[in-house]
Design a protein around this ligand. Structure first.
Ligand SMILES: C=CC1=C(C)c2cc3[nH]c(cc4nc(cc5[nH]c(cc1n2)c(C)c5CCC(=O)O)C(CCC(=O)O)=C4C)c(C)c3C=C
Ligand code: FES
Ligand SMILES: [Fe+2]
Length: 413
């Protein structure tokens, strides 16, 4: 399938005042008229999101358990989902309360998107100005609100314009990036398909392209490697070479793994690339955390691994969250409080590498990656249109067809 993209001229006038609503200030927009740029370009950071306050936990969990791409509960999903969410809420509220009263993911996502756009304006003037947006799957700002904002800001709605859906999960899973893309596709059809009795006008709609995975991007690898080196430097030199690196990623149910989900292989690719960058100098394992519910999940589990290694006398362990780019309940609660605090009894040899958060090496990597994408002339990776061998979802089929077909509407820079 041809994935070359081509873009049409962007609309000449824009409503710009609301572009940075809720985001850090960005440089004043440069119009197409003054610079010859093909911008503005909307850069949409997609992620799952998290409750910013404990009061939002139930809404967050209700949306999460309603998502059949993440947790398929069959025909009774809309009935069982909220019940499970309600039962789980008090426990999860307590965890968020213990990590400062909420998830920091919104703060970090908005910061990363705004900072990346500032860099992009400088390194890719051809597509400037770049406008940061955040679209969360289960928390505010939700995908539908982001889409409405795009339209209010002058993208689409009969005027066209280019937007990039930039997944903030470096490794692709149908339960994460796939779910966010299905949601984006759904809202695109609802909000841009209204005109012409449900038909979408391809000339006047937003032209989307997708950064769907980036597990081995050199800037990502460099950012992880430097953070690992900074943690290793905290050990006395004579102990350093014997430290065991434990790369920890959110696990998947075996049903998802056996469906052929690409995530385990892509997480392993990140680990391998980081180890190569570190000169393969240390012992390491990839382990999996955050299993929920009784069904079998991909292992070995992070917490079992730490307990087992410590029992064998390996007490110098570095935990590296490798599948998420900012802090969240799994790092701040599960790794710091449960695994290090309880399983390892706070042993000084067991440490966690800092999450990427506002790391400038990481934000530069995001900008480099976005620039490569904007200039590449592709609508998505060659992997995107290929469904899991066990996929039976019509949503996946239609969504993938839609994003791959965007190639026809976009022009290479
Ligand atoms: C790469 C990251 C993630 C994958 C893959 C993933 C798959 C996945 N998750 C669940 C179920 C739950 N996940 C929950 C929270 C949660 N999940 C991730 C990341 C991935 N999930 C994060 C970062 C978070 C925390 C959000 C935050 O605090 O910022 C939860 C809710 C918490 C809880 O009730 O324990 C559930 C449930 C499944 C079933 C799944 C794969 C199919
Ligand atoms: S579940 Fe992977 S493509 Fe549908
Ligand atoms: Fe999860």
């Amino acid at each position: 399938m041809a994935m070359r993209i081509c873009r049409r001229a962007a609309p000449s006038t824009r409503v710009l005042s609301q572009w940075t609503r809720g985001l850090a200030t960005v440089a004043p927009p440069v119009t197409q008229d003054s610079t010859g740029s093909k911008g503005p370009t909307a850069m949409v950071f997609m992620n799952m999101g998290g409750p910013s306050t404990t009061g939002e936990v139930n809404d967050f969990l209700s949306r999460l358990f309603a998502d059949a791409d993440l947790i398929p509960l069959g025909r009774l999903q809309s009935f069982i989902g909220p019940l499970i969410a309600r039962r789980r809420t008090p426990k999860i509220e307590k965890q968020y309360a213990e990590i400062g009263g909420g998830s920091p993911i919104r703060k970090w996502s908005e910061f990363q998107a705004a900072e990346m756009c500032k860099i992009l304006d400088k390194i890719s003037p051809e597509t400037a100005p770049h406008k940061p947006y955040v679209a969360f799957r289960y928390a505010n700002p939700l995908t539908e609100h982001m889409y409405q904002q795009l339209l209010e800001d002058g993208f689409g709605g009969g005027k066209g314009g280019r937007a990039v859906a930039f997944t903030q999960y470096p490794q692709y899973s149908c339960s994460t990036t796939g779910s966010s893309l299905n949601e984006l596709w759904k809202w695109r059809n609802r909000l841009e398909g209204k005109r012409n009795s449900g038909e979408v006008d391809p000339q006047g709609s937003i032209q989307w392209s997708v950064i769907d995975r980036w597990p081995t991007h050199s800037g990502l690898v460099e950012a992880f490697a430097r953070n690992i080196e900074a943690t290793l430097a905290q050990y006395p030199e004579d102990r350093r070479k014997d430290v065991i690196l434990l790369f920890s990623a959110h696990s998947l149910p075996m049903t998802v793994v056996n469906r052929g989900d690409p995530y385990p292989a892509e997480v392993a690719a990140t680990v391998w690339a980081v180890m190569q960058r570190l000169g393969m100098k240390y012992k390491y394992r990839l382990v999996w955390q955050s299993q929920v519910g009784p069904q079998p999940w991909l292992g070995a589990q992070t917490s079992d691994t730490v307990k087992s290694l410590m029992k064998k006398g390996n007490t110098d362990l570095v935990l590296i969250p490798i599948a998420f780019t900012s802090d969240h309940i799994e790092t701040l609660y599960e790794l710091d409080k449960e695994v290090i605090g309880e399983d390892a009894e706070g042993h000084e040899g067991v440490k966690r590498v800092e999450s990427l958060n506002g790391n400038p090496v990481f934000i530069q990597a995001l900008a480099d990656l976005a620039k490569e994408h904007l200039h590449s002339g592709v609508a998505c990776s060659p992997q995107m249109p290929l469904r899991c061998p066990g996929c039976v979802s019509e949503r996946c089929l239609e969504q993938k067809k839609f994003f791959a077909a965007q190639a026809q509407h976009l022009q290479a820079i």
